[in-house]
Write a protein that binds this ligand. Structure first.
Ligand code: EPU
Length: 361
């Protein structure tokens, strides 16, 4: 177990904010965590993962806990379905890589998402038409009210878009491991954005029905590994490399608005054209309940923020949903001030309230 006082957290948050906490504890086993003298530790206590979805707004006066529980085990190798139990401190993408190497479907669309397994189950991370809840079968936690081990089945976790029961019971449960269900059954999900195109341009014909039926005859054509590689290519082209530039991925959630509100935005765009500004088609995705999702990145861009800077912080040129620590020395205040500018301008222009996806501490 690591236990360090007055600890510099800059390597524990991907925004690379130079902040400190009174005490940092990294445990390797659940028993170590259970034995901690909770009441004697500097308060408050917070648990972090890789810090890939966090913005520290200043020094943290209490204790930061981090899991180094790092096992990965296959627990049931059924005919189709395969169950895996994975420690909360495992790097999420190491888990995804392992499933793809084993030829298992289910996690491949979540390739290269930063973060660790424990936090993935809290945040319900998602990308390219998949969310981690789709492959979670159960989550093992410690309940900090009585230190009992509690196992939640997925329906009990009230998963939604980047949301779960854990977020509504802050600090109560600590995820110690996650049970995933993967499958050998051919089940690629290629309908999101550019996945199919990326695969087709590399392997013509591979995503067709004929190629899929060849699989049922025993010939493996498209593999989870190939989908993983395509997703990695798409992400690298659009998102900053965390090793090069600090960021926390998408800074805002994508807003969902009423159809009427959406139509008004479309009309306003047409009005702009009349004023001589080129009208843009408003990108959108219709949801089953009649509401409409409009990408926050488009609104941010339309408000002129692509590449905008505030102190050391910058709106990422290739993807305006991301704020980066451009100078490497950005202060929390630089990021917050850029965030506030974006929220106000988007509200004023589109009447839409953006909400950060990144948790502020
Ligand atoms: N969309 C669809 N179908 C598509 C394409 C997009 O429904 O074929 C929807 C998506 O649900 C999304 C919106 O349209 O809400 C915009 O999609 P886009 O691909 O432009 O992605 P994004 O808004 O830039 C989101 C996630 C990313 C994730 C990508 C790819 C959020 C806040 N961000 O970004 O997650 O990698 O989709 O799936 O939802 C992160 O959370 O840090 C992150 C990088």
């Amino acid at each position: 177990m690591k236990r360090i006082e007055n600890y510099d957290l800059s390597s524990h948050n991907t925004f690379r904010m130079k902040v400190r906490c009174a005490l940092y504890i990294e445990y390797e086993t659940v028993e170590e965590l259970q034995k901690l003298p909770w009441k004697e530790l500097p308060q408050p206590i917070m648990h972090i993962g890789a810090g890939s979805n966090l913005l520290f707004t200043g020094d943290f006066p209490g204790t930061v806990l981090h899991s180094a529980v790092k096992f990965m085990k296959f627990v049931d190798m059924g005919l189709d379905d395969v169950l895996m139990t994975v420690g909360s401190g495992v790097v999420f993408d190491d888990f995804v890589a392992r499933t793809c190497e084993a030829g298992l479907w289910g996690a491949e669309n979540l390739s290269l998402i930063p973060g660790e397994v424990g936090a993935s189950a809290v945040q319900n991370i998602g990308a390219y038409g998949a969310e981690v809840k789709d492959i979670i079968s159960g989550v093992v936690c410690l309940d900090t009210t009585d230190w009992s081990k509690t196992v939640f089945k997925t329906p009990e976790l009230a998963y939604g878009y980047r949301d779960s029961m854990f977020k509504h019971n802050k600090g109560r449960y600590i995820v110690t491991s996650v049970l995933f269900r993967l499958t050998r059954k051919y089940s690629p999900r290629l309908d999101y954005g550019g996945i199919r195109n990326a695969l087709e341009s590399q392997y013509p014909g591979i995503t067709t029905a004929a190629a899929a039926s060849a699989v049922s005859n025993g010939a493996h054509v498209l593999t989870p590994r190939m989908v993983r590689d395509a997703i990695i290519g798409i992400r690298r082209a659009k998102l900053p490399d965390p090793a090069e530039k600090g960021s926390a991925g998408s800074f805002f959630k994508n807003p969902v608005i009423s159809r009427e509100h959406f139509e008004n935005i479309v009309k306003a765009e047409a009005g702009r054209a009349a004023a001589g500004v080129p009208a843009l088609e408003v990108p959108h995705f219709d949801l089953p309940d009649g509401t409409v999702k409009v990408p926050a990145a488009w609104m941010i861009d339309r408000c002129g923020f692509r590449g905008a800077e505030k102190g050391g912080a910058k709106v990422y040129e290739k993807q305006p949903l991301v704020i980066v620590n451009e100078s490497g020395n950005a202060l929390p205040g630089d990021i917050i001030s850029l965030e506030q500018d974006i929220i106000s301008k988007v509200r004023e222009t589109f009447g839409v309230e953006l909400h950060p996806e990144v948790e502020h501490v």
